[in-house]
Design a protein around this ligand. Structure first.
Ligand code: SF4
Length: 583
């Protein structure tokens, strides 16, 4: 990817090895839409930390949104900090080059489980004790938010004084109210009183007791008196859900794209997708607000429409039309086959989009029903033809393997589908006299908390390796087809943390301090890795039961049973109250 190369080249250049030098370049490149801020008036100082590099952080709308909201609070200024190549002199912020330990508040934005180790690198570089219980009032208040913080906070919960369970727009106003009046923030007063705010979780107020005979099984979650039994997720209403990039830069992985959130949540109910459940209900941004953000997109920028099922919204055609009529090209974060009518496809073409990305997951009709993502293979093949007919020559397809109850026949169905799509792709491309590239990416299935498939196991690595080889061999040497098989080890680590508990925190810290792998750390501490990726009993208490997401466990279980029976479930509808989210 051009921008990643650009970022890496800048990082490798000896002139920019020094973090401050690199940050000068980044700041110079930014187009900042956060105007009229009087940061000098703010008496408290916060820093938003993304535990990965600048380029990744700046393509994350949640990170930018929280940064914006804090800066707009009026009483608290907010800088940004990132993972750095050189941590020997500590971690500094982008804007003021202040060290993290010198802020009043440190907010971590968590988007990927595999970034957890970077949190430890950052805290260690700043000589900040890892565990909340080991930090006295001389240290900043350290908090975490973002999708991973409220999906299953437990593997990193003991590191934080507070965690935000849900959406920043909904929780921040009450939290800000709590601290606004304090000239010198009293750490313990803020932590304890915040527990009363819906959407805030104070991990130190909860004890997790594991079964004495089987350490992987949780027997009890005990809350300290005065703290709620469960931290309740909080979400915004439609009017508040809208956000867009307040800063754009060529050094972001989404170079110069003004990300515009056109919807939040997803009505489809795909059973493997955690975001599809923890952002319910579906809310659409107001069309006027979206159009204003499109108009604010700069000359050298594109409007990037962001959402879980970007083309699901009722206004998508109007939004795309407005963008084109305003002379702004757009991109779409995801495209659903069943939303690609002639009109939408023409607008995608008109916008100059060269590559369309489509999540297919599997070619097996049986497994599609289990996943509740039923698009017929015939329709998929026809849609690819329709896209290519319009001269869009790059198609990226995403599949999963290692799915629950997957058989050889299911993998064969997927391979057959890829070959049929490729045949259509080449035949239509030939008629166009221009053949592009079809890319098929395969990722191992990772069971995620708060999904109906959360009780299933992560596939044994040896079997996964065999399946990966089978896929690679089955699609070897095909013209115009690139096959990517994503890292099995990275997926294994994601699976270890995704349904982890406070045992995972111990293992993570031990692994960091002893510079050893997570697997070796787990073994040294007397655990087996398969205990963390196993199939979970449906009656078991789960570490993430400490959160009330709105979606009930009972509903997820019902959906799990329907998955096993290969029964599909219709999407959200007017008047539906089945999952617990809509009152
Ligand atoms: S209650 Fe029904 S409509 Fe509301 S989020 Fe749940 S499934 Fe969707």
């Amino acid at each position: 990817m051009k921008n990643s190369k650009f970022i890496n080249t800048a990082r490798r250049n000896p002139a920019y090895r020094d973090t401050s030098g690199l940050y000068d370049i980044y700041l110079k490149s930014e187009r900042n839409r956060l105007e009229n801020l009087n940061r000098a008036k703010a008496h408290l100082k916060a820093v938003m930390v993304f535990p990965n590099y600048y380029g990744v952080a700046m393509s994350n709308l949640g990170f930018l949104r929280a940064y914006e909201l804090i800066n707009r609070s009026g009483f608290m200024s907010c800088d940004r900090a990132f993972m750095q190549d050189d941590l020997s002199k500590g971690v500094i912020s982008l804007e003021t080059r202040r060290r993290l330990k010198d802020y009043d508040f440190i907010f971590f934005s968590l988007s990927y489980e595999n970034d957890f180790v970077n949190i430890l690198s950052i805290l260690s570089a700043e000589k900040i004790p890892f565990l909340s219980k080991d930090r006295n009032s001389g240290f900043p208040i350290i908090m975490a938010g973002g999708v991973i913080a409220f999906l299953n906070p437990e593997p990193v919960a003991p590191l934080f004084d507070l965690m935000f369970i849900g959406e920043a727009e909904a929780i921040f106003p009450d939290f800000f109210e709590k601290i606004k009046s304090q000239n010198e923030p009293d750490k313990y007063e803020i932590i304890n009183s915040s527990a009363g705010i819906k959407g805030i979780y104070v991990p130190s107020a909860y004890d997790f007791i594991f079964d004495s005979k089987n350490p992987y099984i949780l027997s009890e979650i005990k809350n300290t008196k005065g703290f709620p039994k469960r931290a309740v997720r909080r979400w915004t209403d439609e009017n508040l859900s809208f956000s867009s990039s307040v800063i754009t830069t060529e050094f972001s992985e989404l170079s110069n794209i003004n990300m515009i959130e056109i919807e939040r949540g997803c009505k489809r109910g795909c059973r493997f997708c955690s975001a599809g459940f923890i952002y319910l209900p579906l809310r659409e941004s107001k069309i006027d607000a979206v159009n204003d953000a499109v108009s604010a997109t700069g000359e050298n920028e594109k409007a990037g429409f962001v959402g879980f099922g970007t083309m699901d919204g009722k206004n998508i055609a109007k939004i795309m039309r407005f963008s084109l009529d305003s002379g702004k090209n757009f991109s779409l974060s995801s495209v659903r086959f069943d939303c690609l009518d002639e009109n939408n496809l023409d607008m995608i073409k008109e916008s100059g989009i060269k590559t369309v990305t489509l999540g297919i997951e599997t070619g097996s009709e049986r497994l599609k029903k289990m996943l509740n993502k039923v698009l017929s293979n015939e329709n998929i093949i026809t849609s690819v033809g329709d896209i290519v007919k319009r001269g869009i020559t790059g198609i990226k397809l995403y599949f999963m393997f290692g799915l629950p109850h997957e058989e050889k026949d299911d993998l064969d169905d997927t391979l057959k589908l890829v070959k049929e799509i490729l045949k259509e792709f080449i035949s239509v491309s030939k008629a166009n006299k221009r053949i592009g590239k079809l890319t098929a990416s395969f990722s191992p299935f990772v069971p995620k908390a708060w999904t109906p498939l959360q009780w299933e196991n992560f596939e044994d690595l040896k079997i996964l390796r065999r399946k990966a080889a089978y896929i690679a061999n089955g699609l070897r040497n095909m013209p115009n087809l690139d096959v990517n098989i994503n890292s099995l080890n990275a997926a294994f680590m994601e699976a270890f943390f995704a349904r982890g508990s406070r045992l995972s925190t111990d293992i993570l810290i031990y692994s960091f301090l002893n510079k050893t792998s997570i697997k070796k750390a787990a073994e040294d501490k007397g655990y087996r890795m398969d205990g963390f990726i196993r199939k979970i009993g449906i009656g078991e208490l789960l570490p993430w039961d400490v959160i009330d997401q709105g979606v009930t466990k009972k509903y997820l279980l019902k959906e799990y049973k329907r998955a096993l029976d290969l029964k599909t479930t219709p999407q959200c509808f007017e008047g539906c109250k089945r999952c617990g989210v809509c009152a």
